[in-house]
Design a binder for this molecule. Structure first.
Ligand SMILES: NC(=O)c1ccc[n+]([C@@H]2O[C@H](COP(=O)([O-])OP(=O)(O)OC[C@H]3O[C@@H](n4cnc5c(N)ncnc54)[C@H](OP(=O)(O)O)[C@@H]3O)[C@@H](O)[C@H]2O)c1
Length: 255
């Protein structure tokens, strides 16, 4: 008779007592992710730029779940702060197991309207900051760490005009993720990217001026929630044998 191992703890690990850093964790997808990882047992550091009070609310919500938490002001668009947030999280919480590269900015518009300063800012926050935080995290992680980056469905399919800069920045993260997977796999560290579709947040409200068109493009006929993206991030934080992968959480936007 064949016997089956029903629960291999090395195949899907718990986050009990592990430390996660979520960049841009004061609102939206980042805040939902911070809370979800805390529900899975992690202590959580979040970064923010302007939303000090919102970040402190997230800290209190994590603490109410019985986990430790800290809010760090760190601009992902500043090279020193992007990497420094990793070191500050390690110092505050005593280690690092999960890095969630969530902080991002969306600058959309017709090609002639995008100034060089827009290009520099979007690439600094969405790409350089992710590279530098990932590199710093790889330097601090032990065996089996997790690097999870928030991309966008626009890295895969651009459904209309105006997305050149944003799509370019998010597509760069696909290459970074696959290369990180190859570079860090020998240490058991995984790197994956999650591509949200239209998610109801301050960046892209479900009642905003561009919402109807995005809703129509989804197979499910609705915006997603930040919690629905966070659930996939939590899954990847626990998954030992998934790396270099793109997970699409878009309600069928790309179907
Ligand atoms: N919502 C969507 O439909 C959607 C779809 C695809 C991908 N995404 C991606 O998902 C991620 C989160 O988006 P969201 O919709 O949750 O955005 P959001 O509601 O605008 O929240 C953005 C978060 O990032 C923080 N942040 C912004 N700029 C930062 C910087 N330079 N350094 C550090 N933190 C910064 C903000 O903190 P402060 O409040 O302190 O400024 C806030 O916590 C982004 O990477 C975005 O591109 C979103």
């Amino acid at each position: 008779m064949t016997t089956y191992e029903t629960h291999d703890k090395t195949a899907y690990g718990t986050l009990d007592g592990k430390v996660a850093l979520v960049t841009g964790g004061s609102r939206g997808i980042g805040a939902a992710t911070a809370l979800r990882l805390a529900q899975e047992g992690a202590d959580v550091a979040v970064t923010y730029v302007n939303g000090k009070e919102a970040a402190e609310d997230v800290v209190r919500a994590v603490q109410a779940l019985g986990r430790r938490a800290v809010a760090l002001r760190a601009d992902a668009g500043d090279a020193a702060e992007a990497a420094g947030a990793v070191d500050r999280a390690v110092e505050a919480l005593g280690g690092l197991y999960v890095l969630v590269n969530n902080a991002g900015v969306g600058v959309l518009g017709p090609l002639p309207d995008l100034a060089p300063a827009d290009v520099d800012r979007v690439l600094a926050v969405n790409v350089r900051g992710v590279f530098l935080a990932s590199r710093a995290a790889a330097g601090r992680m032990r065996e089996g760490g997790r690097i999870i980056t928030i991309g966008s469905c626009m890295a895969q399919r651009v459904p209309g005009p105006g997305g050149t800069l944003y799509a370019m920045s998010k597509a760069a993260l696909v290459g970074l993720t696959k290369a990180l997977a190859r570079e860090l796999g020998g240490r058991g560290i995984t790197a994956n990217i999650v591509h949200p579709g239209p998610i109801d947040t301050d960046m892209n409200p479900a009642d905003g001026p561009y919402a109807a068109g995005q809703t129509t493009l989804t197979a499910l006929g609705r915006f997603g929630t930040a919690q629905e993206v966070a659930a996939t991030v939590a899954h990847l934080a626990g998954a030992a044998y998934v790396t270099g992968a793109e997970y699409t959480v878009d309600g069928g936007h790309a179907a």
